[in-house]
Design a protein around this ligand. Structure first.
Ligand code: GLY
Ligand code: MN
Ligand code: MN
Length: 433
């Protein structure tokens, strides 16, 4: 049994049963599907990669604490749609104590749940499964006093699972470092390949070719390859415009390695040299990034780090002539949001915007301090709209973000993406080669 599952079993205790579903395939068009993406909570606990599975975890059961419902083997379906583990594979390769065909799930529910006080299940994600569980509860209530009672307390299991996911184990850190290494190499390749006249799409393919040929399953989110003013669109994903001499190129791309995401942004000149105006903006973002990276350590709260980025970038905006007034007043009015409108970072793991709360005690105002084992991005940026009459003309249409992935440790932090050049001189040197 995986360590994650053992820890989860321990956390829910006796007299409880948890139902954790896998993801389903999603139709893209008619009879074709989007590339399958496993539910990260299910994957974290089971490692099982197939759709249409359900894990039922019962810590009180001596014989079968871990039952996995899976798609059964089926030669015809496997010829059309791919191999399946089936019930034997679920036990042999994924450590299930018991495995049953998924079709049996509904009829097994009374056997699995009756007699347990607590049900760990997250309503509101999978409508069909919600309905099956509600049908079971309602049917059992009509039978009260005649057979065993159904659970009387329903708890969201993701509270415990997400808290576990937030604190990475050494094995997870190894996978995240590998994901980061692959993404670093891809960004360096993009810097070496870019030139005026090339299409953004070309660099998207360079990056994703590197991901796939390096053992990553693909991207951890849709790559953002934005030349010129496209860099001022935060989630620009068209990636189909030609790159122009003199423009900057913002690339935000990360790999998915054994499910673990990396998430890197670099902004570099298409022709290999930053202009003076580009450097003005770049160095403000870089200085902020370095300070926020440094602040990503035990004890700093999420909010403190966000405020640091806001203070430094607001000062920067004043220096560039984008904002005028007292820093304190500008921050109070959120004047910076015109040019810096996102968070300075997020948790990173199986999800690119990973699971885990950003506050304590169920209260948003209690910002949470970083702790060893957390992995976060740090990604300040400045985005000056191309049509912003208020901005000095030389800065219009410049969009810059710099993003690294950082592991918090007992003694400080480790920048997992440190090998990706980010100082302007380093990038110019690399591109000149
Ligand atoms: N690429 C998504 C993000 O940086 O958060
Ligand atoms: Mn990113
Ligand atoms: Mn990010």
């Amino acid at each position: 049994m995986r360590k994650q599952l053992k820890d989860f079993i321990e956390s829910i205790g006796k007299n409880a049963v948890a139902i954790i579903p896998a993801a389903h395939e999603v139709t893209k068009s008619y009879d074709t599907e989007f590339k399958f993406h496993q539910d990260p909570d299910f994957y974290y606990l089971t490692g099982f990669p197939e759709p249409d599975a359900i894990a039922v975890i019962n810590p009180s059961s001596k014989k079968n604490p871990y039952t996995l419902f899976v798609r059964p083997r089926d030669p015809k379906m496997e010829t059309w749609y791919g191999r399946r583990e089936g019930v034997d594979g679920a036990k042999k390769n994924y450590g299930a104590d018991k495995a049953l065909p998924i079709e049996k799930f509904v009829s097994e529910l009374p056997k699995l749940l009756n007699g347990s006080e607590k049900l760990y299940y997250r309503f509101g994600v999978d409508n069909r499964l919600d309905q099956a569980i509600l049908n079971y509860l309602s049917a059992q209530r009509f039978k009260r006093l005649k057979t065993a009672y159904p659970p009387h307390t329903i708890i969201d299991p993701t509270i415990a699972i997400h808290e576990m996911r937030l604190h990475k184990t050494p094995d997870e850190v190894k996978l995240m470092q590998k994901s980061a290494d692959i993404a670093v190499e891809a960004h360096i390749l993009a810097m070496q390949t870019a030139k005026p006249g090339m299409n953004e799409a070309h660099l998207e393919s360079v990056i994703e070719h590197h991901f796939r040929t390096s053992g990553a399953s693909g991207v951890s989110y849709n790559s953002i390859i934005g030349g010129g003013a496209n860099a001022t669109i935060l989630h620009y994903v068209e990636n189909n415009a030609p790159l122009r001499d003199g423009d900057l190129l913002l690339i935000d791309a990360g790999a998915s390695y054994h499910g673990y995401a990396s998430d890197i942004t670099r902004t570099f000149p298409v022709s290999g040299r930053y202009t003076e105006a580009q450097r003005d903006v770049y160095d403000i973002v870089l200085e902020t990034e370095i300070a926020c990276l440094e602040a990503t350590k035990v004890g700093t709260t999420v909010k403190e780090r966000q405020n640091l980025s806001i203070e430094m970038l607001t000062e920067g905006m004043k220096k560039l002539g984008l904002l005028k007034g007292k820093t304190k007043d500008l921050i109070k009015k959120k004047a910076y949001e015109k040019y810096y409108m996102h968070g300075v970072g997020h948790y990173l793991g199986l999800d690119v915007h990973d699971a885990g709360r950003y506050f304590n005690d169920h209260k948003v105002k209690n910002s949470r301090p970083f702790a060893a084992g957390m992995v976060l991005t740090v990604e300040p940026g400045l985005y000056i709209p191309p049509d912003d009459k208020n901005a000095p003309a030389k800065y219009r249409g410049i969009g810059i973000r710099i993003e690294d992935d950082v592991l918090v440790t007992e003694s400080g932090n480790v920048n997992l993406t440190a090998k990706c050049p980010k100082h302007a001189e380093e990038i110019e040197e690399l591109m000149a080669k």
